[in-house]
Design a protein around this ligand. Sequence first.
Ligand SMILES: Nc1ncnc2c1ncn2[C@@H]1O[C@H](COP(=O)(O)OP(=O)(O)OP(=O)(O)O)[C@@H](O)[C@H]1O
Length: 407
Amino acid sequence: MSVIEVRNLGKKYKVYNKPFDRLKEWVSSKQKHSKEFWSLRGLDFEIEKGESVGIIGQNGAGKSTLLKLLTGTILPTEGRLNVNGSVSAILELGMGFHPDFTGIQNVFMTGQLMGLSNQEIEELLPQIEEFAEIGDHMNNPIRTYSSGMTVRLGFSVITAKRPDILIVDEALAVGDAYFQHKCFNRIKEFLNEGTTLLYVSHDPAAVKSLCNRAILLDKGQQIKDGHPDEILDFYNANIAQKEADYKIRQTKGKGNKVITKSGNYKAEVKRVFFERDNKEVNAVQVHDTIELVIEVEFFEDIDAPTVGFIIKDRVGNDVYGTNTYNLNYNLGKCYKKEVKQIKFKFNADLGVGNYSITAAIHSGPTHVSQSYNWWDQAATLQIVPGTNPYFIGVNYLEIEKCKHLNI
Ligand SMILES: Nc1ncnc2c1ncn2[C@@H]1O[C@H](COP(=O)(O)OP(=O)(O)OP(=O)(O)O)[C@@H](O)[C@H]1O
């Protein structure tokens, strides 16, 4: 069953050059002093119960406008929108709080706006206080709060009761790391219990860890809708697009997985894989010595290109990255039609789990100057336990010695 249905949705604003133009137009209705601007147009999608959908797009793409339409803060100019179920929105945490009232009084005010009875709020209060962890400040006016304390209280109130649909804007990027972690855990619990999530963020790792679908908006249009990996790869390639000859190519690979490559294609990364003892492998033990092989083909003569890679964890956080430029390795002059393999040998000092490899060929120290080809998720590497002692995390650190002193 779809909980959110969006059909041909559009929102148009009137834009005035000067504030005074609004008054002029209002006084003389015959003369136009404004331009029409579609903040969103032609959106069409359905979201099923229990889906978690990331809304992605550059500044001004229309993400906030979509959330405002979904929460009923603004009305559409055209199209229709059905939202079935209770909605909690974490947009600008604490913005609705009254600065002169105490934390507790604001909890009651916000709770009432969320449609809760006083008795329900009373029952939820201990849990709200416990989650916010701001102690006695609950009895002080909000104007005495730090921004972090306001965010803590805002999140605690809004998520005190599990909603059918949870809408989260970038808001979580504010609080401190400890509280962010708590918020993510609460959202994950809601997802497990069947809540549908709409999550706006610029942080690919957060989208990958929370969402099973992503919708990409660009200049008010719905550009793509699909698996977060596919959408984020396209989005990242798109924001790197600066040169006129820059292309983004998406093709289907093994198991129908979408491969996204981008660049000006003066050279292309053709194949990326791992070798151990000269044999191709895709799973190795912690600390094994392996070689990452990046195979590139040249379509033009290029002098001293840089070949690099990034190892990313399961949700897309960079674990390690480097390139031939940083390693002071010069590939020299490369000629059109040549195919070269560049090999990086290292110990797989990584935690147990799955990793993906981004590979690239470009000029200079980074791909910002001239990106010939960039390929996200070009290969995967599975790290399995070795003979070393059990540990957690994405890095393996060889502990040389463990000792204790009596002081
Ligand atoms: N009230 C308004 N009047 C006129 N234009 C508006 C209004 N609200 C939004 N817009 C325009 O609509 C477009 C989309 O804005 P929106 O805030 O939805 O983008 P966004 O994707 O949320 O951006 P950001 O990541 O910067 O928050 C922008 O060009 C913005 O200037």
